[in-house]
Design a protein around this ligand. Structure first.
Ligand SMILES: Nc1ncnc2c1ncn2[C@@H]1O[C@@H]2COP(=O)(O)O[C@H]2[C@H]1O
Ligand SMILES: [Fe+2]
Length: 275
């Protein structure tokens, strides 16, 4: 049993629908830019498009790297946008996040700290893979124990596990050095629980959708800069900022789509070599 658990209602068809927003890399100052992209502008443009889509959701899932500069103001900006929505937001930290400021800002904004979302047919578990000060990720013993306890608690509910870092290579050598270092421990644990249907992450600033044994491994583009897929050297992609909808069905199936803005406006410095 995790200390932070909340119930979520399904829709009339028994479906649990989420919006995933990730890797916003916000700054405290409105003019903050990451490799030539104003990350506040691109985030607000994504949220504007989400509002226009009027897609019914039960909650927002924010999967890390919300701030680029650790500032309280950057988290307050994110929280403000979440408060404009009627649905709750649940979140986990990325390697760039500063958890004391993140916790304080989200608590002040009334954004829940729950890391175990329980519904009629599914549960969603949010993990912390941050290793302070470095880009790669690691699941602590406590995080693995929390995961195991949540899966033991609801053997009859399907499960989707969320984390910031990718657990299998994305195909970019420069980026795959910053993956989840103990992915094997995670897969060993998940292999004991047939009810787990997938992993969902951010971090790689590109889309991933791969089957790995019984698990569907999903990653979602950033709301700001995009990384060029299958590139061993650091390179930006011209694709636009993105977000993902997920529908968790009573059958255990995951329906999901990535949406993107037109890449022309937020493609960043083509010759950037990193940050
Ligand atoms: N040129 C680079 N080579 C290796 N790592 C990089 C480079 N540029 C950025 N990074 C790191 O790789 C990380 C991947 O995405 P993040 O936004 O987590 O933060 C990034 C940086 O910490
Ligand atoms: Fe990251």
């Amino acid at each position: 049993m995790t200390q932070n658990k909340t119930q979520l209602d399904v829709d009339a068809d028994g479906v649990l629908t989420f919006l995933q927003i990730t890797d916003t890399h916000l700054f405290g100052k409105p003019e903050g830019e990451l490799l030539g992209v104003n990350t506040r502008d691109s985030f607000l443009a994504v949220m504007g498009e989400v509002a226009a889509q009027k897609r019914p959701i039960q909650a927002v899932l924010a999967t890390g790297d919300i701030s680029q500069d650790h500032s309280a103001e950057s988290y307050a900006l994110f929280a403000e946008q979440m408060q404009n929505l009627t649905e709750p937001c649940f979140w986990l930290p990325g390697n760039h996040d500063f958890q004391p400021a993140m916790n304080a800002a989200f608590e002040q904004a009334g954004i829940a700290a729950a890391k175990q979302l329980v519904s009629e047919y599914w549960q969603v578990i949010l993990l912390d893979t941050q290793v302070m000060g470095v880009p790669h990720g690691q699941l602590s013993t406590a995080q693995l124990e929390m995961l195991k306890a949540a899966l033991d608690e609801y053997p009859d509910k399907y499960a989707l596990v969320l984390l910031h870092h990718h657990a299998i290579p994305a195909g970019c050598a420069w980026l795959d050095q910053h993956d989840l270092k103990n992915a094997d421990e995670l897969f060993d644990l998940l292999g004991q629980y047939q009810q787990v249907k997938g992993l969902l992450c951010g971090h790689i600033h590109q889309e991933m959708d791969q089957q790995y044994d019984q698990l569907r491994l999903l990653a979602t583009p950033s709301t700001c800069i995009q990384f060029k897929p299958q590139s061993d050297e650091f390179a930006l992609d011209k694709k636009g900022p993105g977000w993902r909808y997920l529908a968790l069905l009573p059958s255990g199936k995951i329906d999901t789509q990535v949406h993107r803005l037109n890449g022309a406006f937020y493609s960043g410095d083509a010759d950037a070599t990193g940050y």
